[in-house]
Design a protein around this ligand. Structure first.
Ligand code: 13P
Length: 340
């Protein structure tokens, strides 16, 4: 893929009113999701569920790409079409999660380092043959007593940058995801500081590793109160602090920024994105979504592992996709939310 094609792919990922559906749950994570609806995590159940998500008619109006897990990349639709091909046929770009998970970081209690660089060049070549247009690597930054440490932020930024360089070499757009977790009791101000230093470090490392900023997509957390914080910032404050943090750290050459949902409720994740796009019309980059839980949760509940629920589950997914597409334009309203 030429530099021009990488840029075209990156821009298409954040095309107006479109976002990305993350369905790249690892085996332990999808088991957790299936446990919540009392469905066994067998290979066929995972295929059936991903089939429902991937072949949802009308989804391509709101979704530009989907992030798959290795197993999903190799599975097929019920009529035997490989999932990546089924997506391409609908005009949706297949993406692939290529990290091998966030592991305990030696010498750094309660902190994680993401692994997966070994053999990555060869894996990327294979994924490219299977149809991948973009990839994802998630780094996890934990807020707590005395953490995150500089060592953890720098190590994660370094591997993110080396992953991104390998992706660009392979002709695959890297989605660079440093996620500051929102599970602790910290204030929104602390989230702002940690996200700020994380982004500054990540862009510095991307520069050092000669990654072309024009050919990446940033996936990031919103700047938000920790879930256990007694004072929860309102929707507008989350929107304002998130935009302020991005303006202070992210180069204007970047084609686009997408948010993860990180445990926010489906409706709140949409409301936050909408508040940013409604107020800030002239940002250097489009702000869009790449949610996992905030798009899938209502769909997963409606499905509950039963064939007879597939159309209700698909309708629930399409509704969330539509709401978030409108939020990309700052046009999401309570009436639209209720019109499910
Ligand atoms: P959530 O939106 O559920 O946080 O997941 C998005 C994702 O892909 C995290 O890496």
């Amino acid at each position: 893929m030429s530099a021009q094609e990488l840029e075209t792919t990156a821009r298409a990922m954040v095309a107006k009113g479109k976002g990305i559906l993350a369905i790249d749950e690892s085996l332990p994570t999808i088991k957790k999701r299936f446990d919540s609806i009392s469905v066994e995590s067998t290979e066929e159940n995972r295929r059936a569920y991903r089939n429902l998500l991937i072949t949802n008619p009308g989804g391509n109006e709101y979704i530009s790409g989907m992030i798959l897990f290795d197993e999903t990349m190799r599975q097929t639709t019920t009529d035997g079409t490989p999932f990546p091909q089924a997506l391409i046929k609908q005009g949706i770009m297949p993406g692939i999660k290529v990290d091998t998970g966030a592991k305990d970081m030696a010498g750094h209690s309660n902190e994680k380092i993401t692994e997966g660089l070994d053999g990555l060049r060869e894996r990327l070549a294979e994924y490219k043959k299977l149809g991948a247009k973009f990839a994802k690597w998630r780094a996890v930054i934990t807020i707590g007593d005395g953490i995150p440490s500089t060592g953890c932020i720098e190590a994660n930024a370094h591997v993110l940058a080396r992953y991104a360089a390998l992706c660009q070499e392979a002709g695959i757009v890297p989605m660079v995801e440093p996620e500051v977790l929102m599970d602790a009791d910290n204030t929104i101000g602390r989230c702002y500081e940690v996200t700020l230093v994380t982004l500054k470090t990540v862009f510095n490392e991307l520069f050092r590793q000669r990654v072309a900023i024009e050919h990446i997509i940033l996936k990031i957390n919103m700047v938000i109160s920790g879930k256990k914080c007694k004072t929860q910032a309102g929707v507008q404050e989350v929107a304002d602090q998130t935009v302020r943090c991005l303006l202070n750290t992210v180069p204007a050459a970047l084609p686009g920024i997408v948010f993860l949902s990180g445990g926010q409720s489906a409706e709140l994740a949409t409301a936050h994105l909408n508040a940013m796009n409604a107020k800030y019309k002239n940002l250097p980059w489009p702000l869009s979504f790449s949610y996992g839980r905030a798009l899938q949760d209502p769909c997963l509940k409606a499905w509950a592992g039963k064939k007879e629920n597939v159309s209700a589950a698909r309708a629930a997914l399409l509704h969330r996709e539509k709401c978030n597409s409108l939020a990309c334009l700052g046009k999401y309203t309570a009436e639209i939310e209720q019109a499910a």
